[in-house]
Design a protein around this ligand. Structure first.
Ligand SMILES: CSCCC(=O)C(=O)COP(=O)(O)O
Ligand SMILES: [Zn+2]
Length: 229
């Protein structure tokens, strides 16, 4: 590529370099990516757009974006002032499974749910909930048509946190294999990774899941069960 900047220069608001910036600004106001934590990555054909590490995610500009070739995993664009997000190998795991966008949040609801599940069901239990209308915002699973129904059970696996974000990759990939229908993985005391076939689906699924996680915390405070049995 003779001019790497051509990869991030576009007046289209849905170009990944622009879209990651606007999405992260929205996610900041939801409390998903505050204090530099969390982030978003988009796959665009054979290229992956990645944010820098350790920056205020709500203030990023398209010129801050890294661009990676999907097959070779070589960087086609590397802003000299930054390192790529430590979440890159985790985002890549989602892209390998066909995702078009992956969102990582540090939502407090996600963190609280991982603690409640550990306390009440044990450290190997997933988060499970049913009979909540918003479950209908989550797809049934990979290679399955349509979304979960009101009476279906939403299951989200939980992996243990590690000292460094990139060290979560093996356990995230293991959880993806053990729960092939999952579009999200919770990380204990840390947050959640949510992915979707495209940006629109990843965003709406992440919104639905965050809504459900907040509701689950409030239900627990009121002594209400998450499942019927
Ligand atoms: C206070 S954020 C700690 C790192 C983290 O968990 C995260 O999601 C952000 O990683 P990045 O390298 O994208 O800044
Ligand atoms: Zn994180």
């Amino acid at each position: 590529m003779s001019d790497p900047d051509a990869l991030i220069r576009s007046s289209d608001p849905e170009h990944p370099a622009n879209h990651i910036c606007t999405l992260c600004a929205k996610f900041y106001s939801l409390g998903w990516v505050t204090g530099t934590g969390g982030g978003t990555s988009i796959r665009h054909g054979d290229k992956i757009y990645i944010a820098p590490s350790g920056v205020q995610k709500e203030l990023m500009r398209p010129t801050d974006m890294f661009v990676m070739d999907f097959e070779s995993r070589e960087y086609l664009r590397r802003p000299a002032a930054h390192k790529p997000s430590a979440c890159t190998p985790l985002f890549y795991a989602a892209f390998k499974r066909g995702a078009g966008c992956c969102i990582h949040t540090h939502s407090q609801w996600a963190v609280l749910v991982t603690l409640l599940v550990e306390r009440d069901f044990g450290s190997s239990a997933p988060f499970e909930i049913e009979q909540i209308e918003q479950i209908k915002g989550i797809p049934k699973g990979r290679d399955k048509v349509g979304n979960l129904g009101y009476f279906d059970r939403l299951r989200i696996p939980i992996i243990e946190n590690t000292a460094h974000e990139e060290d979560l990759t093996d356990s995230l990939e293991k959880a993806m294999e053990e729960y092939p229908d999952a579009y999200a993985v919770l990380v204990r005391r840390h947050g959640i990774y949510v992915w979707g076939d495209n940006v629109h689906k990843a965003k709406t699924q992440c919104e639905s899941i965050d809504y459900i996680l907040q509701l689950a915390v409030e239900m627990k405070k009121l002594g209400l069960p998450w499942t019927t049995k």
